[in-house]
Design a protein around this ligand. Structure first.
Ligand SMILES: Cc1cc2nc3c(=O)[nH]c(=O)nc-3n(C[C@H](O)[C@H](O)[C@H](O)COP(=O)(O)OP(=O)(O)OC[C@H]3O[C@@H](n4cnc5c(N)ncnc54)[C@H](O)[C@@H]3O)c2cc1C
Length: 293
């Protein structure tokens, strides 16, 4: 059984950044990743200082290259079990002193045919990530049936990127107060059910059950998010509203287990996930040092 200081589980932006900060602190790190980052279907990562809209694959490849000079061993494999082992953990046949969970989230998309097909390209969720590229063009915000408050909030947000925004509630009725707010922001509202979405080359066809079609340049959707891995739950970490609870140093409620990036803070963009991971790695290094002394 080989011994490492830390196992980082999940090797997208947060996991790679945690490994980088720990590697540079001369920690012996084992990094596991099964190659399924949340933004895998997107053409570009936007809004990431220092990297001009790289593809997700290129951004992660740069991260892997940066790790090569440190004591970080990378394994392209999924971790299905982490067992408490004395004052550390067993991950497969290896022993580690601490575990960093960087396993990320899975998005549940609105249940409308065609949405999943173009997810990440013409169908996206976040205006801060994708709004600039389609600014001042016709846009549709598709709500998540049963979550009208979130659907309205997203449409109001999107109205800052274009004056031509239609909110499709997919069957949800809105209150007078919501309609007034949307009217003030210049957002049109359609409450019919959406039958299907047909992505084209540079626009989306949104087909309503009335037979009418809307033709936005991009379709923004509301999503529900879930943990991509059940490792945190199985280790006994507290999970609140789908996020692994952590303190300011990324420590979960289980000693020796840390959580970084969207695993702990679902709303983080890529650069925020990396920043959170770096801060957590610094705290983890200090905790290990404390044990050593
Ligand atoms: C379509 C789309 C487009 C986006 N565009 C942008 C954008 O332009 N700009 C931006 O800032 N943000 C964007 N985001 C958000 C961005 O993707 C996230 O902020 C970022 O990916 C979070 O990184 P993370 O490391 O926390 O998690 P993730 O990227 O989800 O990575 C988790 C990693 O853990 C691995 N993993 C999970 N479980 C296991 C396991 N048991 N064993 C081994 N490995 C495991 C997965 O394979 C994955 O590689 C977008 C999101 C989506 C869905």
């Amino acid at each position: 059984m080989k011994t490492y200081d830390v196992a980082v589980i999940g090797g997208s932006v947060a996991g790679l950044q945690a490994a980088l900060t720990l590697g540079r602190a001369r920690r012996r790190v084992l990094l596991f990743d099964d190659g399924d980052p949340r933004n895998r279907t997107a053409d570009h990562v936007h809004n990431y200082l220092g990297a001009e809209n790289p593809s997700p694959t290129d951004l992660l490849a740069t991260g892997h290259h940066q790790l090569e000079q440190y004591d970080v061993e990378v394994r392209d494999t999924r971790v299905d079990e982490v067992a408490v082992d004395g004052d550390g953990f067993a991950v497969g046949s290896d022993r580690v002193r601490a575990v960093v969970l960087a396993t990320g989230l899975r998005d549940e998309l609105p249940d409308v045919p065609g949405v999943a097909k173009s997810w990440g390209r013409l169908v996206v969720a976040c205006p801060h990530c994708h709004g600039w590229e389609v600014r001042d063009q016709p846009l549709v915000q598709l709500g998540m049936r049963g979550l009208p408050d979130r659907s309205v909030a997203r449409a109001l947000l999107l109205s800052r990127w274009s004056s031509d925004v239609i909110l499709c509630t997919d069957g949800d009725e809105l209150t007078d107060e919501q309609l007034t707010k949307l009217g003030k922001a210049g957002v049109q509202v359609r409450t019919e059910r959406v039958e299907a979405v047909h992505p084209g080359d540079d626009q989306v066809r949104v087909l309503l059950t009335t037979g009418e079609a809307l033709l936005p340049r991009a379709l923004f959707v509301v999503v529900r998010q879930h943990q991509q891995s059940d490792l945190a739950e199985r280790l006994g970490c507290e999970i609140v509203d789908g996020a692994v609870s952590v303190d300011g140093g990324g420590r979960t409620t289980v000693p020796g287990v840390y959580a970084v990036g969207t695993t702990a803070v679902p709303a983080l963009f890529a650069i925020g996930a990396a920043g959170h991971a770096s801060t957590t790695a610094v705290a983890l290094h200090a905790d290990l040092l404390e044990q050593e002394l």
